[in-house]
Design a binder for this molecule. Structure first.
Ligand code: PDD
Length: 281
């Protein structure tokens, strides 16, 4: 694989970063994941805009312009002959040469920027979209700024492991009785003609796929209600689903031990998936 590191395209085994990098020592970095279908980037402008917002919130500088970033994405797709898959991008506060809680001087410490591709043949046609997901509910024990897409993913990783141990696919996290989001996706239920999802705040990541799907809801003759909801409401809904750059729209068919609707992927969630893929390509 050809990867990108700080201005250079390199074979992956030649791309090396410092042990003092602040992402390694302190999870002091942000990331984005953009999907690629038929060699085309999906929702790139949204991901670039959120990257800038994450960096600004953490007082970090973007070492590349949005135009340069687009060019790097395209070059990696080309160099790796990527048809279907993902592009991972990470920017960290850099490697000041020692460990210190205080941020290094941005004048003397350059950010680290890394991009690599992940090939995922069949991403758009994945079996989990046809089968639907089983999610469990777990406590949300992450920090309080989930709107910033940091690389601090230990709790989401633990959540996925809890799900795996329970024989499920993923976990929905719950705070003060209300669902926040999935470990790496936004969470929704459908009742009648209404899509219900938690409003944007510090409590959740402002999903780029979320924004697109809510925009396309009208095309599926559906209404959107942004409000906090409980696990029980979702269990009693007609349908449930998640969204993310890697899952697009994927139905949820079981929450804890309760089937949602008839326990198979719902027609409205599948229609939203279809519209999202059509509109994004
Ligand atoms: N995760 N919520 C969380 C906590 C996420 O990590 C993600 C994305 C989303 C969905 O955001 P978007 O639609 O912009 O992908 C919501 C990525 C895919 C990941 O960590 O791999």
């Amino acid at each position: 694989r050809t990867v990108y590191l700080n201005g250079e395209y390199l074979p992956e085994h030649e791309a090396k970063v410092s042990i003092f990098d602040r992402a390694f020592l302190m999870a002091d970095g942000v990331y984005e994941v953009t999907s690629v279908l038929g060699g085309k980037l999906i929702d790139f402008p949204g991901h670039a805009a959120r990257l800038d917002r994450s960096l600004t919130e953490l007082g970090m500088r973007n070492p590349v312009s949005t135009d340069e970033l687009l060019e790097i994405h395209r070059e990696l797709v080309r160099a790796n002959d990527l048809d279907e898959g993902l592009i991972y991008l990470q920017i960290t506060r850099g490697a000041p040469g020692d460990r210190d809680f205080v941020f290094p001087d941005p004048e003397t410490t350059e950010p680290t920027i890394v991009l690599f591709t992940q090939s995922k043949p069949g991403l758009a046609d994945s079996p989990s979209a046809k089968k639907g997901l089983h999610v469990i509910s777990i406590a949300d024990e992450r920090w309080g700024r989930r709107d910033i897409k940091t690389v601090q993913l230990l709790y989401p990783s633990m959540g996925k492991m809890m799900a795996k141990k329970a024989g499920a696919d993923d976990a929905w996290m719950v705070q003060d009785g209300f669902v926040t989001e999935g470990t790496s996706n936004n969470a929704y239920f459908i009742k009648g003609n209404r899509i219900v999802t938690r409003p944007r705040s510090y409590d959740i990541l402002h999903g780029i796929t979320r924004a697109a799907v809510l925009r396309f809801a009208a095309e599926a003759q559906m209404e959107v209600e942004e409000r906090p909801f409980t696990v029980d409401e979702a269990k009693q809904a007609d349908e449930a689903f998640i969204t993310s750059a890697s899952a697009f729209v994927t139905p949820v068919v079981r929450i804890d031990d309760t089937p949602v609707g008839d326990g198979t992927p719902g027609p409205k969630a599948l229609r939203l998936r279809e519209i999202y893929l059509e509109e994004s390509l």
